[in-house]
Ligand binder design. Structure first.
Ligand SMILES: Nc1nc2c(ncn2[C@@H]2O[C@H](COP(=O)(O)OP(=O)(O)OP(=O)(O)O)[C@@H](O)[C@H]2O)c(=O)[nH]1
Ligand SMILES: [Mg+2]
Length: 271
């Protein structure tokens, strides 16, 4: 629990048999995670056995793809705050605390993997990946004149349940470029969105998406097309997107800070 709110972690899995157990245990070890939902996306043999040794709940998605898998995991998560992540060892479970600390002020807290200080030795975030993600993130930021963004492909992020349930009906992407769709819909919904730097480490096992530069480049092109199409759709058919909640005033912005103060005064509890 975090300030009286139930915390879920949603994990897609495809080829993470060797790392998924430590990842799940790591999330529970933070003391604030109430539920871990793993979506098995035709995952490597032995994955379910590893998940069964943990406190996580496993669900299945047969439609192949990162987006399909994330969507199913998010749909099954029951928390008031839902953290999406990957079980490949590239993210630090303890970073959930950083995301949660911003949940008082923001409905959606995105992670960024492009801060040089937090890129670990061996992480798949060389020059091409770092500046490619940065450039596409800046393109999105510019087109939507939105919160400062430095990464467009970071899976790890936090969404409030309210925002998640409002944008879920609008999901369309089942492939590797689902991340920016989640970001775009969050922005379109009028949610308060923030991005913070997260640790990014070498993944355990083989990367099947961005490990290959040509595949990564193609995913990048899909992301650019998605962002451009979304901008056009928002101009031409705004009624088809989630309707933004009413603009907030500065005084309304004080409410999350009050919740933070209440939590600091003892409102938070651990499992
Ligand atoms: N490649 C792939 N990943 C899937 C699929 N379904 C779910 N996933 C999950 O998507 C995540 C991304 O796959 P990775 O192989 O880690 O890709 P990556 O090269 O590390 O890509 P980034 O994490 O975006 O840097 C992993 O957590 C997988 O478990 C699928 O069909 N294919
Ligand atoms: Mg990965």
């Amino acid at each position: 629990m975090w300030a009286g709110r139930k915390v879920s972690v949603a994990l897609p899995t495809y080829n993470e048999r060797a790392s998924i157990r430590a990842c799940i245990d790591g999330f529970f070890a933070t003391g604030v995670v109430d539920e871990v939902v793993v979506c098995n996306n035709n995952a490597a043999p032995g994955t379910s056995e590893e998940v069964a040794k943990t406190g996580a709940r496993e669900v299945y998605e047969t439609r192949q793809g990162y987006g399909w898998s994330c969507r199913k995991a998010l749909a099954e998560a029951t928390g008031d705050l839902v953290v999406l992540s990957e079980p490949d060892g590239s993210f630090e479970p303890v970073d959930v605390l950083k995301l949660l600390s911003y949940s008082f002020d923001f409905d959606v807290v995105l992670g960024s993997r492009t801060n040089s200080e937090l890129i670990w030795t061996g992480a798949n975030m060389g020059w091409f990946m770092k500046w490619g993600n940065w450039a596409v993130a800046k393109y999105l930021e510019l087109l939507f004149d939105t919160t400062a963004l430095t990464d467009v492909g970071c899976t790890m992020r936090l969404l409030s349940r309210d925002v998640l349930r409002r944008i879920e009906p609008h999901f369309r992407v089942g492939d590797s470029w689902f991340g920016p769709e989640l970001t775009l819909l969050s922005i379109a919904s009028g949610a308060r969105v923030m991005e913070i730097p997260l640790n990014y480490r070498q993944r355990v096992g083989e990367s099947s998406v961005t490990g290959n530069r040509w595949t990564a480049f193609q995913v990048g092109l899909h992301m650019i097309a998605l962002i451009t199409e979304f901008r056009t759709r928002r101009w031409l058919r705004p009624a088809l997107l989630p309707q933004p909640i009413a603009p907030r005033t500065r005084s309304e912005h004080g409410a999350p800070a009050a919740a933070a103060a209440a939590a600091a005064a003892g409102g938070g509890e651990s499992r």
